[in-house]
Design a protein around this ligand. Sequence first.
Ligand code: UD1
Ligand code: CA
Length: 513
Amino acid sequence: MPPHTTRRFRGAADVDSPAPVAVIVLAAGAGTRMKSRTPKVLHEIGGRSLLVHAVTAAEGTSPSELVVVLRHERDLVAEHLAEHASEVSVADQDAVPGTGRAVQCGLEQVSASEGTVLVTYGDVPLLDPATLRELVGAHESAGAAATVLTARVADPTGYGRILRSPDGSEVLGIVEHKDATEAQRGIDEINSGIYAFDLAVLRDALARIGTDNAQGEMYLTDVLSIARTDGRSVHALVTDDVMMVEGVNDRVQLAQLGAEMNRRTLERHMRAGVTIVDPSTTWIDAEVSIGQDATILPGVQLLGATDIGEQALVGPDSTLRDTEVAEGAEVVRSHTVLAVIGAHASVGPFSYLRPGTDLGAKGKIGGFVETKNATIGEDAKVPHLSYVGDAEIGEGTNIGAATIFANYDGVEKHRTTVGRHVRVGSDNVLVAPVTIGDGAATGAGTTVRKDVPAGALAVSAVSQRNMEGWTLRRRAGTAAEAAARAALGSSDRSAADAPATPVADEHKEHEQR
Ligand code: UD1
Ligand code: CA
């Protein structure tokens, strides 16, 4: 076989290969085996839809035009494309079924009249741009009318089979499984459905294909035999990366290709200098970026547009979505969404950072803390058991354990501002809107309802009074009474009869000024 028909590669980038004039991505099929209300191509792996994966690979070849062919759930899919890939154009397939008709409808959106056109599928998510560029390069250097990407598989059932010339050097055509003879079904080289075509040949041949086959469809594959009949050459590029050309038809394949994509993503990061302690329990979306010497511990999911800085540590058992973790920061056993974590800051264990959390450099969000819309300054700390919502906390400030930022009055949300180097005591409730000035402090158990000036100490808790013997009088017959009696000495009957300590002055003592 000549080299261009047998070349084995694994996504090797060929930067010199020319760009196609257009890519047509087929996505009109119904995808009934997904058994889903969601169109098949909108199902996700690696944090984006199958279709956006396909479009991203197509974009990687720098085509002049990129067309996606739709029919099933057309409006939903078009809306998704407008949101995630606004530069593509949409073509509508009419009622005539088949991949040939789909490409014909797609070509109506293509203005070029010559050059190389790529055809790919919207449900093949692992295909990469390097392979597509390789296909264009092989196709153009052979001067072929069509070049099909093929693979040899253990079970070719259902696929179109590649018919080769007796010496194997040329492709004669493709026969669909349903139309194949027993002998043809024995062929293990399959059509991936991904091709490079000479645009003029493609337009001409599509105008000549019919629906005279087992499925009554316009087969794109018929273009190959028509081109050959016209005396043009047809080639194949064989890939040994079978997963890369595999499509998703049901949810079992969705999970399999999702796992494979994840495996490839992890491998890419590890080769770039990221430590991933347990790849089998780590999930990283396609768009995530991770700096060198970061460490990802077991049980971590990095999702969406998450960005992990150099030498950061994430895990174990953490989920970060659309979160920025700066260099040297640590996130331990926590859940974060749309949060920013500053350099050398620390989060967790067991904390929940909601959208709008912005933790400054060397800051700390400790254990069992929930934050939302909160800017926490450099070196500021919220170490234990707190809720911080709609807040601004200045640098170097410490928020005592079990403090609540009461931001919601039942109707509206309000903001709380805490200045620099403030010491908020334990178990405070800061009732928004309220401001605590720089260098101020609050006592334990304070409910802050009024602004606290800079440098002031605010206290609001009532003074403690002890009603001696209360348990003996009011909890007679309980274990508590028995314990109290034992502690007080059984002869001490007087405690039970003692009156409560007078407390008339307590409010005076704590009146706020
Ligand atoms: C097709 C190929 C087959 C190949 C297989 C690889 C033809 C005739 N057969 O099979 O040789 O081995 O892909 O998976 O081309 N689509 C449309 N409009 C349609 C029909 C399909 O846009 O009218 C799209 C689907 O959304 C899908 C792709 O084309 O993305 C393939 O369709 P599918 O029905 O899965 O493939 P087959 O036709 O069975
Ligand atoms: Ca298919």
